[in-house]
Design a protein around this ligand. Structure first.
Ligand code: F3S
Length: 63
């Protein structure tokens, strides 16, 4: 699984980083999310799916 955050859509709701802190972190500059592990390990896939479904801006996508 690969994951991306659309920085145009992200509004810094923080849910992704709370749900999967090994995959997402919030940038100091604007509080928006960035992906720190683009290739998601299998044991983190469920968390990433939860993050996708939790983001109010639909800013996270996976392949
Ligand atoms: Fe941004 Fe959505 Fe996370 S708005 S901070 S990608 S929960």
């Amino acid at each position: 699984m690969k994951v991306r955050v659309d920085s145009e859509r992200c509004q810094g709701h923080t849910l992704c980083a709370m749900i999967a802190p090994e995959v997402f972190e919030l940038r100091d500059v604007d509080g928006h999310s960035r992906v720190v592990r683009e290739d998601v390990p299998p044991d983190r896939e469920a968390q990433v799916v939860e993050a996708v479904n939790s983001c109010p801006e639909r800013a996270i996508s996976v392949d």
